[in-house]
Structures are given as C-alpha cells and as structure tokens.
Design a protein around this ligand. Structure first.
Ligand code: SF4
Length: 408
C-alpha cells in the first residue's frame, strides 16, 4: 500500500541559553517571543507610552524604544510610570547607539526602568574607545541586573572588523567574496562582543544576539552560520524589510525558513508603516507567521477562499472581513475568559465547491451561496452541518453563532 504523506513539521528548536526579560523568557526552549519597536519620539513620554500600550495590547510581548538623547533617557522612567498607571506590564527595551554609555551613566533611573539594553557593536565607538564604551554599557547591565542584546546590523558594520577580515582574506588560498567577508564580519562582531561581555562579567543567561540583514538569502545564511557557532538566544528579524506586501513577504520568507529549521527565540517583523498608520500591523504579521507555521497560537485563524467568478457579490469578502475583525476585537476579552480559544479555526467560503469541505475542517465554517446556487448558507460546527442561514442578516447571525460557540 502507498504510505500516507505526513505533514511537514518544524525541526526541533535549536538549544539556546534562556534569558529572562522581566516576566518574559527568551530562549531556553520558551515559546518564540513576538516583539516590536515604537516610532514615537521617546522624549515625548505621553505619545511613547500610548504607542507601547497599543503594541502590547496587539500582542507585542517586548517593546523596544530608542534612547538617543539625554531628554529621551530622562523620559524613560516617566514612560514606565505611565504604563504602570495604565496597567500595561510589557518589558521595555532601550535601543542605544553611539552614546549609550553616557546616557546610562547620566540617568540611573533610565538604567533601572529598562528591562533590557540593546547595543549595536558597530555603533558603540571607534578605535580604542570602542571596547571601553562597550564595556561601560555592560558594566551598567551588570550593576542593574539587566540582560543585553548585542545586535549587529548590516547597515552599521564594525568597520575595524571588516578591515581585519579583508586582511585575513588576502592570505587565503581561495579568498572569500565580498558578501562572505561582510557576513563573517557581522557574525564575528556579535560573537566577539558577547565573549567580551562575558569576560567583563555579564553571564551568558543575560546575552541575546542578533545579526540583521536586509536581504532574504543573506539573512538565512548568516543565521544558519551563527546558530551553529554558539548557544546564545537569537533574535530574528529582516532589517529594513520595507513597506506593505514587500516587507511582509520578505520578512516571512526569510524568517519562515529559519523558524522551520528550529532557529530563532524571538522575532520582530520590521515594517515601514504607511504614513499615519498604526504600528501594530507588524505585531499581527509576526503572530500570524508563528501561528500559521504551527509554532504558537494567538488568535482563532480565519480560513477564507479568494473568491472567483462563482461568488455572487462582495458580500462574501465583507463577511470574511467582519469575522476576522470581530475575532481581533474580542480576543483580549476571550483570552481572559476562555482557555484555549486561540486554537479555534474558522472558515468563511464563497460557494459549495470547497465551502462544505473546508468548513468541516474548521471548528465553525460557513459556505455562502455562489452563482446559481440556492440562496442558503450552510453552517458547520465541529465537522457537522448545524444549520442553514438565509436572508439579509447572515453576517450578524453567523457572528452570534460564533460568540455562542466560544462561550460554550
Ligand atoms: Fe471560488 Fe467557490 Fe473556490 Fe471560493 S470556494 S474560490 S467561490 S470555487
């Protein structure tokens, strides 16, 4: 007999050292953490706290803010106070470049209020100053008991490291190409900085690494390499992914390959929002990426067909949108009231071709009448046809059936 094809499964997670960031654990076998970053001016504590709260409510489990000026550093404890007053508990990460050693020294309340520091080893000073300035930030992390992400970035490579590797390259029988040199510079910059941090006294349990690149294939190559060379927890993200569908596609393509291979302990989808648009879109994409890959569950997923010439009107698309938005709006309450609600699956289908079949695979599914079909919409609950909806109020009736099912 022919063996049945088995569903693909992600590889076992790469073993990594767990890092505690407030109440959130990254690595060490903990669920992959979703994180995001604000784009408000940190000097404005009202706007920044508001956006952090929005990101946290959308599902961001860690939120990073830039800390770039003395006024921004001074605002950090005020942001933390506002969040506490709003009942928002999310750990806040300070993103430092160039002057982090000075800001953490000048603003002890900022050093205390942050749950983690992010340092870019390519932007921490140059020449002899570099190790001293990097060391000063690590000393602060030790003093305040904070973890650190050493986040190397393709856009700000440590130029001294690049020069060293170029020199080494001349001695190779088969010299590396420029891309290989740059990838190695990125990885070695992160790894050497981590070794230095440990030598200064920061425990491995407080170090996370990242090596962000803007190209999909480069990112996959870099992370496969660094994952094999250390057991530090890894933060994944395609940097400068871009706007809209391009950013979502590129980030998902790169991260899905790595996540499928068991690489990655926390992810950020870096999307450029449309002007004036909410920052929360990148959180939803990160959650949906993890959930559609079967790595975590956040919210009931809605399966919907694309529609075609058999659908009679846009009513079907409107119903799919209504159901998706209703689920997102209700989730904060549902999550508190109903255990496991995030694992439900829903189907909204345009006609009988695939509608009943797809509906039977879902916890609740509806199949709307297509062209030439009887004006009836069968609803399936737990694989069985439960009722048929008709008339103008199909959408509100289906949402009511969904609410009843969740409550049961
Ligand atoms: Fe078209 Fe029906 Fe398939 Fe939807 S389920 S894509 S309406 S044939």
């Amino acid at each position: 007999s022919t063996p049945k094809p088995r569903a693909a499964e992600p590889a076992s997670r790469r073993p990594s050292v767990g890092v505690q960031i407030g109440k959130v654990t990254v690595g060490g076998g903990a669920p992959i953490v979703v994180q995001s970053m604000t784009n408000t001016d940190t000097e404005d504590p009202v706007a920044t706290a508001k956006q952090i709260a929005e990101l946290a409510r959308a599902g961001s489990e860690l939120v990073r803010i830039t800390v770039n000026t003395p006024a921004a550093a001074a605002a950090v404890p005020r942001i933390a106070e506002r969040l506490a007053m709003m009942g928002v508990e999310v750990p806040i990460i300070g993103d430092f470049h160039y002057n982090g050693h000075q800001l953490l020294e000048q603003e002890p309340a900022c050093a205390e209020a942050l749950a983690k520091y992010r340092i870019n080893p390519g932007n921490v000073g140059f020449g002899k100053k570099k190790d001293a300035q990097f060391g000063a930030i690590i000393e602060k992390a030790i003093q305040y008991g904070k973890p650190v992400r050493i986040g190397a970035n393709w856009g700000s490579l440590d130029q001294a490291m690049v020069a060293t590797l170029m020199d080494e390259n001349h001695t190779r029988a088969e010299p590396w190409d420029a891309g290989h040199v740059a990838r190695e510079a990125l990885i070695r910059s992160a790894l050497d900085s981590a070794v230095l941090a440990e030598r200064i006294g920061l425990p491995r349990e407080r170090i996370i690494l990242s090596c962000k690149v803007s190209g999909v294939q480069e990112l996959i190559a870099v992370y496969r390499d660094i994952a094999a060379r250390c057991d530090y927890a890894l933060h994944l993200g395609l940097t400068e992914a871009g706007m809209g569908s391009k950013g979502i596609t590129a980030s998902s393509a790169a991260l899905a390959v790595l996540l499928q291979e068991g690489i990655g302990d926390t992810i950020r989808i870096s999307l450029t929002p449309e002007p004036g648009a909410s920052r929360t879109g990148e959180v939803i994409v990160a959650q949906e990426l993890l959930q559609t890959m079967g790595l975590r569950s956040f919210t009931p997923l809605v399966t919907a067909c694309p529609g075609c010439g058999r659908t009679t009107s846009e009513f079907f698309q409107e119903l799919a949108k209504t159901v998706q938005e209703h689920v997102r709006e209700q989730m904060p309450l549902w999550r508190v009231k109903y255990d496991g609600v995030e694992n439900l699956t829903l189907a909204v289908m345009g006609c009988v071709v695939n509608g009943p079949g797809e509906s039977k695979h879902a916890n609740i599914g509806i199949s709307l009448p297509g062209n030439g079909e009887a004006p009836a919409a069968p609803v399936f609950i737990d694989g069985e046809k439960a009722m048929t909806l008709r008339g103008e109020h199909i959408a509100s009736e289906f949402v009511g059936i969904l609410d009843d099912y969740v409550a049961r």
